[in-house]
Each structure stands twice: as structure tokens, then as C-alpha cells.
Design a protein around this ligand. Structure first.
Ligand code: ADP
Ligand code: MG
Length: 645
């Protein structure tokens, strides 16, 4: 056992010796330090390290109360025992109050040892208590830190996080939740219930996931639309159980899924288009072969009829009807995106300027038409015929919506699509765009109608007036051009359609093109024609022969190669249908090239590239004409190829 270190403050040597002996004879192992006056006390305090202080009350040159104060301030945990000759009871009580641990009269030293032991025990107890308190407050501090850190963490999550009591009172809500529901600091009073705070409703919402979760003790999910704006929320409720397994609270996670929903809607629309497109496209392709024959023969018949022939009018009508039918198949193909899209840099402003007079013709005199075009050129990578068609379709609809006249305005502007735009609209690629707005002052639409207008065959027009294809064609074309189309409308308040298309660099701008009205010329060369459709084959043969050419025919690729092999030096040009039985056009060409490398030719196809099933057919290095090919076009291309070096 380590000896106790005791400081003894006493001015009488006899008393010092008396106490020292008493301690020793009673078996207390201790080192004693005797301080008999102020300087000695000061030196002893300097040394420090005392377990216990025994002090007389009256020491010459010292005031006990000062000594006590000094001791308590320097060694607060060290017990101070007063050992005095005589001391009044009142003084004793007062001293005990001011920090003396105990007091012993010198003539009753027998009490000294037990008093020392007790005071040391108490001091040890006190020390332990203090340590425990210190530990506790350190732990509290750490806890405060941690909860602060968690709060920061939860506040940085973009989802709303709300902690609810089982009776739906809001215990806590993170910043995202407060923002989502525009909550002020005072909205979250201790008693506020979630349905009141978030939805301004006195009853819990119908099929509230929190209520369900309280009943099922499982995670639940629900979807809610805000009443005041068009936001939509996904709400997950997660029950929190205490140690006994009772539900102690609910964590609610709220996510704003408005943008997500918009995307989903767009995706659904695109899928719907896709499937109807496949169907419509299939019909349109077969139609093209039939139309080729109808139009071609009508054209030929017309050539044979004298100006005053009574059948001319009928043939003209056949031609017109055939052309209308071919526009219809073009529409079908275009919205199904199976139409070949020939893109080039196009200045939207130029395009609109060029088509203005056609629009005026379509809308008639009762409608005032105005364009407001951006000063700068706005170039997009587009098929200008298709964009023409988009504008014409909008114009036709605008006309139908304004039977009593009104205003139609087409305006263009540059639009920079940034993150904010994408977040707000739920679509868009970042970067510069052109925005084309087509506004009319017509009868407008209700939201139910507006939701369906891009559907193929949706029309509100009477039988025979509308096909319901106009806007689905618009939609198909705009999608094909990586753009978007939006409609804003209200019954009686007119309609604004907005098309956004990605801008390209100005340098790639289009040159205005002139109409080519070159005359059709024939020739005396020999042409090998391979085409499996009999009517189309016969038509082309007639046209070509009529213009002086000699035509060799084949009904499939295999035959074409055979025929060519028989006349390898006489054939000047090949016309090959791309998709044929036995051997397709590309394979036939390859075989022919093995016989005569560099043999010139042109492919004809009833299918647009996207719709050709065989991959290798997509990579042909020869010009392709798409059906229906008019006799004039055929002759023109044939002549150009033959004349080319
Ligand atoms: P169609 O014109 O053959 O009916 P569309 O696809 O062009 O087919 O248009 C579909 C429907 O959208 C129209 O029947 C009409 O109800 C509505 N619509 C289109 N444009 C407008 C407009 N500018 N104003 C009012 N309604 C319109
Ligand atoms: Mg229309």
C-alpha cells in the first residue's frame, strides 16, 4: 500500500509530534509534511500531490478561512480536516459549510483515523462521480455532433424525408420536404398533423401509405398529385419499430416524380406510334407497287391521247386520285418513320419564307397570316420537305379551327436548352435549339382532346373532313429530327404549337434551290431491268422502250445475272429491284461486277432503308430510287447515269 501523503498545518511543535505519533502508533502508513507558517505552507502548496490536509484552526500569521479557500481552489478534491484544541460549535458548522470535510478536537484524537478513512472514501466517491459526469457530458457532446451531422446529411437529400408519430404528427421534416410543401418555420408546430400541414386537409388522405403502413407494419407506397399545380409525388412509408416490435413512428420519403411521369408519358406515346407505324407502314409499302403501276400507266395513256380526246379528263382524274393516294401512303410512311428522310442543313427562316405563299393559299382570305422570324439564320439538320409538311399540317388545322377567320402567326427564335428547362419540361437535350411557334386564335381544345391529338387517326372532324393523321405525321417527323412538339391550348382561347429542333452551325447553311424543270430525254442504249413485280416491270419496260432504249428483263436476281452473262458487252446500264426472290439486287450486282467490274446501275426499292430486313442491303453503294418511281423520274435518272463519265 502506498503511503498517504499528508500535509499538516500546525504551529505548535508539540501538537505536530502528538498527531504524528498518533498516526504512526495507529498503523497509518503516511509521509507527513509539516508546514508551520505561511511561507512553509506556500512551499508545500507549490510541491502539491497531497492526499489529505490536516490543519489547526489558529496558526500564527495565517487566517484559517484564507487557507481553506486557497486549498479548495488549488486542490478541490483533497479533503481538509480541521484538528483544533477548541472550537465553538457555531464556527464548526460554518466551517463545514465552507468546505472543511470534518473536524477533530485535539483531546479526542481517537476520532482522527476513522475521520481520515471516511473522508478519503468520500473523496474517492466524489472523484468517481465527477469522472462519470465528465464522461456523460462528453458523450452528450458527441451525440450532439452526430445528430448535427445527420441533420446536415438528411437536409442534403433531394427527397423529402419526414418523421411522423403513429398518430400522424410531424416530428421532423428535412429541408427538401419543407420546400416541396412550401412550409414555413411555424408550420411544424409540435402538434401538427401531416395531412393538415402537407395537404391542408382535416382528414388523412384516402389510401394514404402512412396509414396503410401503420396497419400492415410493412413498407407501403402511394402516388399523389398536388392540387394547386401539376406536380406528382411518390410517397413511401417505412414503419419504425421499437425494441419490443411496436410501431414507434413512420419515416415518410416523398419524391417529386413529375418530370419522370412526363418522360414515361412520352415513352408510351412513342411506343404506341411505333406499333401503329409498323402496321401502317406494311400496308403502305404494298400500296406503292400498285400505285407505281396506276400512276405510270395513266401517265403513258395521257401521252397517247390527243389534246381534245374525251378520255383525257378521266385519265387526269385517275392521275390526281393516284397522286392523292400516294400522298396518303407518304403520310403513313412518314409518321411510321419508314419514309426515307433526306436531311441537309436547312435555315428554318428561309424555309418558312419559301412556304409562306402556300400557307396563305391553304388558309384562305379570312385568316390573317403573319410571320415573326428571328433576325439571325436558324439552321437545323432536316429534311426540308418534311418540315414543309409539318408547317402545312399545322396551317391546315389552324384553318379548320378558325372557320370564321382569325390570326395565324408563325414565329421563330433561338432557344438555349439548359438543365432548368429540362427539369421544368421533363424533356430536352442540352444545347442550342430553334423554337418554332405556330399560334392561332381558333376554337382551341379542352385538355382531354389535347392529350390525344398526336394519336394516329384521332380526329374531331366529321367523316371525310379529317383523317387524324396530320399531327401524328408532325409528331413522327419531329421525333425523327430529334426534336419535341408541345401544345398549349384552352377552349375558346386558341392554340399554340411549339416545335423545338436542335440547331447546327450556321456555316452549314442551305443554298436556296431552284425548281429543276429539265426536259426528259431518251436514248438508244441497252438496259438490263430486274424486277419481280410484273406490273411494275412492264411499266418500266414500256416507258424505256418508248424513249428508244433496248430493254432486257429478268424476274429475279439470278435471272438477271444469267441474262447479263449472255450479253456482257451489250448492256450499258442495270436497273435492279433491291428486294427480289432467289437473289437480291445487291447480290446480283456483285455477281455482275465479277463478270464486268464497274458496271453502272441503279437500285429501285419499295422499302425505305429502316425497313429493309437484311442488314447488308443497307450498305449499297449505288443510287436508290424509292417507289413509286414516276416514268419521268426514271427516265431522268437513267439519262444522267448513262451520261456520267
Ligand atoms: P385531322 O386534322 O385530320 O383531324 P390532325 O392529327 O391534324 O387530324 O388533328 C387531330 C385533331 O386535333 C383535330 O381533329 C382537332 O380536333 C385537333 N386540332 C389540331 N390542331 C388544332 C388547332 N389548331 N386548334 C384546335 N384543334 C386542333
Ligand atoms: Mg389535320
Amino acid at each position: 500500500m502506498t503511503p498517504l501523503r499528508i500535509l499538516l498545518i500546525e504551529d505548535e511543535e508539540a501538537d505536530y509530534l502528538l498527531i504524528a505519533r498518533h498516526l504512526r502508533t495507529n498503523g497509518l502508513t503516511a509521509t507527513l509534511r509539516w508546514a508551520k507558517d505561511g511561507p512553509e505552507l506556500a512551499a508545500a502548496l507549490e510541491t502539491g500531490g497531497w492526499d489529505l490536509v490536516l490543519s489547526d484552526y489558529k496558526v500564527i500569521g495565517l487566517d484559517f478561512k484564507d487557507t481553506l479557500r486557497l486549498l479548495n481552489s488549488r486542490f478541490s478534491h483533497v479533503p481538509v480536516l480541521l484538528v483544533s484544541g477548541s472550537i465553538g460549535e457555531e464556527t464548526a458548522v460554518e466551517l463545514l459549510k465552507s468546505g472543511v470535510t470534518d473536524f477533530i478536537l485535539k483531546d479526542r484524537l481517537a476520532r482522527l483515523i476513522p475521520a481520515i478513512e471516511r473522508s478519503l472514501n468520500e473523496a474517492a466517491e466524489k472523484r468517481k462521480r465527477k469522472e462519470a459526469e465528465e464522461q456523460l457530458s462528453a458523450r452528450e457532446e458527441a451525440y450532439r455532433h452526430l445528430s448535427q451531422a445527420y441533420r446536415v446529411l438528411l437536409d442534403s437529400v433531394p427527397d423529402g424525408i419526414v418523421h411522423l408519430s403513429p398518430d400522424l404528427k410531424v416530428r421532423w421534416a428535412n429541408i427538401a420536404a419543407q420546400r416541396m410543401f412550401a412550409l414555413g418555420a411555424d408550420s411544424l408546430a409540435p402538434d401538427s398533423r401531416c395531412h393538415v400541414v402537407f395537404w391542408k386537409d382535416n382528414e388523412p388522405c384516402p389510401s394514404c401509405p402512412v396509414v396503410r403502413s401503420l396497419a400492415s407494419h410493412r413498407n407501403e407506397i402511394g402516388y399523389f398529385a398536388s392540387r394547386d399545380d401539376s406536380r406528382e409525388f411518390e410517397i413511401r412509408a417505412i414503419p419504425v419499430a421499437d425494441q419490443r416490435g411496436d410501431i414507434e413512428g413512420i419515416i415518410e420519403i416523398v419524391r417529386d416524380i413529375s418530370a419522370h411521369r412526363k418522360l414515361e408519358e412520352q415513352f408510351r406515346q412513342a411506343q404506341k406510334m411505333e406499333s401503329i407505324g409498323t402496321f401502317a407502314g406494311g400496308i403502305a409499302h404494298d400500296f406503292n407497287n400498285i400505285l407505281s403501276a396506276i400512276l405510270g400507266y395513266a401517265e403513258i395513256a395521257l401521252e397517247h391521247l390527243k389534246e381534245d380526246h374525251p378520255a383525257r379528263k378521266s385519265v387526269h382524274t385517275i392521275l390526281e386520285a393516284g397522286l392523292r393516294a400516294s400522298h396518303l401512303t407518304k403520310d403513313l410512311l412518314m409518321f411510321s418513320r419508314k419514309q426515307v428522310c433526306r436531311k441537309e442543313p436547312v435555315d428554318v427562316n428561309l424555309l418558312i419564307t419559301r412556304i409562306e405563299k402556300f400557307i396563305r393559299r391553304v388558309i384562305g382570305e379570312d385568316i390573317q397570316f403573319e410571320t415573326r422570324l428571328a433576325k439571325e439564320p436558324l439552321c437545323v439538320f432536316a429534311d426540308s420537305h418534311q418540315l414543309d409538311q409539318v408547317l402545312m399540317n399545322f396551317a391546315t388545322n389552324a384553318r379548320d379551327a378558325m372557320p370564321g377567320g382569325g390570326y395565324l402567326t408563325i414565329s421563330t427564335e433561338r432557344l438555349e436548352i439548359d438543365r432548368r428547362f429540362v427539369d421544368a419540361h421533363g424533356f430536352g437535350r442540352l444545347g442550342p435549339h430553334v423554337r418554332i411557334a405556330i399560334a392561332d386564335t381558333g376554337k382551341g381544345m379542352d385538355q382531354q382532346t389535347a392529350a390525344k391529338i398526336f394519336d394516329p387517326f384521332f380526329t374531331t372532324k366529321e367523316m371525310g373532313k379529317g383523317t387524324g393523321l396530320g399531327l401524328s405525321v408532325v409528331y413522327g417527323i419531329v421525333m425523327e429530327h430529334q426534336g419535341h412538339v408541345l401544345v398549349e391550348t384552352e377552349p375558346g382561347k386558341g392554340t399554340v404549337f411549339t416545335v423545338t429542333l436542335p440547331l447546327i452551325e450556321e456555316s452549314k447553311r442551305e443554298e436556296p434551290r431552284g425548281e429543276d424543270r429539265e426536259r426528259v430525254r431518251g436514248g438508244s442504249e441497252t438496259i438490263l431491268l430486274a424486277e419481280d413485280d410484273g406490273a411494275v416491270r412492264e411499266l418500266y419496260v414500256r416507258v424505256l422502250e418508248q424513249f428508244g432504249y433496248t430493254v432486257l428483263t429478268a424476274v429475279n436476281g439470278e435471272e438477271a445475272v444469267r441474262v447479263f452473262a449472255g450479253h456482257p458487252d451489250t448492256v450499258d446500264l442495270l436497273i435492279l429491284d433491291l428486294v427480289m426472290p432467289r437473289m437480291n439486287g445487291k447480290q446480283a450486282l456483285e455477281a455482275i461486277h465479277r463478270i464486268r467490274p464497274g458496271m453502272k446501275g441503279v437500285f429501285i426499292s419499295g422499302y425505305a432503308p429502316e425497313n429493309i430486313q437484311q442488314k447488308d442491303l443497307l450498305e449499297v453503294h449505288m443510287e436508290i430510287l424509292y417507289k413509286p418511281v414516276s416514268p419521268k423520274e426514271l427516265l431522268r435518272v437513267v439519262r444522267t447515269l448513262l451520261d456520267a463519265p
